[in-house]
Design a protein around this ligand. Structure first.
Ligand code: ADP
Length: 485
């Protein structure tokens, strides 16, 4: 029997232990999906043991304790273990983790120290428990110091000599700014004579990008966009030197948790086969939001972090541009105070708009099940979950043609209507958004065509199993390749 590939999987967050954003979804779902493959992968997840995890009563067993060298003296790391969905999870505690109040404190010195400590402790742990990984799979800047450290020690360290690294980028602009001194204090030097620009030579994500054996991001389209001036976070020239090692693998969706046929939050459950039942959810939602009960008016939704990345600022003007048409809208989000203000003002300006400024998972589900069209005008979108959830719930996505949105939505073109699942627009402007809303409303008037769009979206396979197979291929490629050191 062939030995399973061993993967040491490092991330700053993973559902259900700790989730702040999309990274938490990926690190929560992918390891279990990899273990469930016909050719299972022995993947072990490592996370920092944040105070909030400690408090929530998980069953944690002590595994090891050891010191990590630091310029101000060694720092004790204590590692605990738990098992969730068949995946072994190691949790690293120590002063840099327990002294930082939030997962991401926003303080570069605190976060830099915490995540460098975590990255180095994860590698040391593998040695102490004598579990030699074939792959070090690191996510985002928080785990990138491990990738860099692997490259520094691999030639001289027998234990890691055959370990390859994969760095997954979930959001390129988060490079780990101003954390260089924290890396240095743990003995990780600046790169020198490297193709990185000078300003990036002591930042964790660039160092990881420089030294990872392979790099991937969370959609094929974003993998190409990363190489351009517009999306390249000022690293275009450098990333060009690594382009042959960069690929894109679309994130999956937890198809069980997001299933309109079983979702307990919905007034009525439905599927692509019983789509007519869906309108009961729209009726209930309009009532809940105190909107006009007329089911014939298209109901637009936005469910988003209110952030410049998400293009939320394009929406007010776009809605003004389609004021002559009949529609209603609900906006659910939290975030940037100035964008929250703009959303509040929209509610006041238009009697047919409802703005809900809070995080509300249940309401989000009822909106996915009850609205007709979801607006996703993102400036960039490495993958995006919203459009996949919306499609699964028969809520048609209208999105900017970028990143994962472009990879998952097939635009309604009259010629190719038999495959389409939504609407896409190119230019990041209110006018382009408004023009596309107009186009969508025209199609909405023909309910037979509209239901075709809904059903095709609902039948798409966005399962994690699909993504996991692609990650396995990448791991196999790495295991079979040279280190190139
Ligand atoms: P990102 O990770 O960049 O914020 P994604 O599209 O990958 O964006 O994921 C966003 C997720 O968060 C979706 O599941 C969406 O439904 C959910 N979400 C965003 N804002 C809210 C909110 N205010 N209330 C409930 N769910 C929200």
């Amino acid at each position: 029997m062939v030995e399973p590939i061993k993967v040491l999987f490092l991330a700053a967050e993973a559902d259900p232990l700790v989730k702040i954003g999309g990274l938490g979804d990926v690190a929560g779902s992918l390891p279990a999906a990899l273990r469930a493959l016909p050719e299972p992968v022995d993947v072990r997840l490592v996370l920092p043991l944040y105070p909030q995890i400690k408090k929530s009563g998980w069953d944690l067993t002590p595994v090891a304790s050891f010191n990590i060298p630091h310029s101000r003296g060694p720092i004790l790391a204590e590692v605990f273990q738990t098992l969730i969905n068949g995946v072994t999870i190691y949790l690293v505690s120590g002063a840099p983790v327990s002294e930082s109040p939030a997962v991401y404190s926003g303080d570069p010195s605190q976060d830099g120290t915490k995540f460098t400590f975590f990255s180095l402790a994860a590698m040391e742990l593998a040695k102490i428990i004598d579990w030699q990984p074939d792959i070090l799979h690191a996510h985002d800047w928080h785990a990138a110091p491990a990738v860099y450290n692997l490259r520094l020690i691999r030639k001289s360290d027998n234990f890691f000599r055959n370990t390859k690294s994969l760095l997954t980028v979930h959001n390129l602009p988060y490079l780990g700014y101003d954390t260089g001194p924290a890396l240095g204090a743990f003995g990780l030097p600046r790169a020198h004579m490297s193709p990185l620009p000078d300003w990036a030579e002591h930042l964790p994500l660039p160092l990881g990008l420089l030294t990872a054996d392979k790099i991937n991001t969370v959609s094929p389209c974003y993998a190409k966009e990363m190489l351009t001036e517009e999306f390249g976070a000022n690293l275009k020239g450098f990333l060009g030197t690594r382009k042959d090692d960069i690929s894109g693998i679309l994130n999956g969706l937890d198809m069980q948790s997001w299933d309109p046929a079983t979702d307990p939050q919905l007034a009525v459950n439905y599927s692509a086969e019983t789509l007519n039942k869906r309108k009961e959810n729209k009726k209930k939602l309009l009532n809940e939001l105190n909107l006009d009960p007329d089911l014939g008016k298209p109901l637009f939704a936005m469910i988003n972090r209110l952030d410049h990345q998400k293009g939320v600022d394009l929406v007010p003007e776009a809605l003004r541009l389609v004021h002559d048409l009949e529609w209603q809208a609900v906006i659910l989000g939290t975030g940037d105070p100035s964008l929250e203000d703009a959303a509040r003002r929209l509610d006041q300006e238009f009697p047919q708009v409802r703005t809900v400024l809070r995080y509300d998972g249940g309401l989000a589900r009822r909106i996915y099940a009850g609205s007709d069209l979801i607006l996703i005008p993102s400036r960039y979108e490495p993958c995006g979950l919203t459009q996949m959830i919306a499609m699964r719930y028969g809520c048609v996505p209208l999105a900017r043609a970028t990143g994962g949105l472009k990879d998952t939505i097939i635009d309604y073109l009259f010629g190719k209507a038999g495959q389409s699942t939504g609407f896409l627009f190119e230019e990041s402007t209110s006018q382009a958004l408004a023009d596309t809303i107009r186009r969508a409303i025209m199609v909405y008037k023909d309910q037979r065509r509209w239901q075709g769009l809904q059903r095709r979206g609902m039948r798409k396979d966005f399962s994690w199993e699909r993504s996991a197979k692609k990650y396995l291929e990448l791991y196999q490629e790495l295991v079979e390749g040279d280190t190139g050191d």
